[in-house]
Design a protein around this ligand. Structure first.
Ligand SMILES: *Cc1c(COP(=O)(O)O)cnc(C)c1O
Length: 203
């Protein structure tokens, strides 16, 4: 088999991003055996997932969106992995929730890879110190995550995230969406977050 990215299929987790889609749109993907999904809003996920999870208990649910600290406990209760850990206040809230619920949820540290004022994410220069704080708080580090700036070639940003991960001894790389997942995989993504390419446009 030709492997243009020189990667093994099993080394990349496809997160089917089902945000805004109703349970009956998600159902067919569960029926064919897909078991990893992503949602960006806690409240929306709480509404549609409990029933689906009851029927497909081996499903992994990833929280991929910006998270408010006051939603940390709900997020820890519902998600198996969180992709948007980007600041001290959220770290404290997540650590407290994991302690309270006695549930360790691996977290990706989101990096503001394009240094964009309007975007969340830890500033690049603060990644080593923040990772140290995450480890100190006993919150499991899944890796680094980014959302590159819109409208420009994403490859340099993916490459930078991969370099940051390597420099900081971090394994996972959550990067790549419908428009750029192939580039992300070539540059080392371990988790790609794909919505539109699987479910069609969001309403
Ligand atoms: C919506 C979303 C995605 C999926 O985007 P598509 O372009 O629909 O594949 C990926 N990551 C995050 C953080 C998102 O909010």
């Amino acid at each position: 088999m030709l492997k243009p990215a020189r990667r093994e299929r099993e080394d990349i987790t496809l997160i089917a991003v089902s945000k805004t889609h109703a349970a009956d749109t998600i159902q067919p993907m569960l029926d064919i055996g897909h078991r990893v999904f992503g949602e960006n809003r806690v409240q929306e996920a709480q509404g549609k997932w409990p029933e689906l999870l009851e029927r497909y208990p081996d499903t992994e649910l990833h929280g991929i969106g910006q998270l408010q600290s006051n939603k940390a406990e709900d997020a820890v209760a519902l998600f198996d992995c969180i992709h948007a850990l980007d600041r001290q206040s959220l770290l404290k809230a997540l650590a407290k929730a994991m302690d309270k619920l006695d549930k360790q949820v691996p977290c990706f540290v989101q990096v503001n890879i394009g240094d964009e004022a309007q975007k969340g994410g830890c500033p690049i220069g603060e990644v080593p110190a923040f990772l140290a704080k995450v480890r100190d708080a006993d919150v499991p580090v899944a890796g680094l995550m980014c959302l590159p700036p819109a409208g420009v070639e994403p490859a340099p940003f993916f490459a930078l995230l991969a370099k940051l991960a390597q420099d900081n001894g971090v394994e996972g790389l959550s990067m790549g969406m419908s428009g750029d997942y192939a580039t992300a995989v070539q540059l080392g993504a371990t988790h790609i977050r794909v919505g539109t390419a699987l479910f069609g446009a969001r309403g």
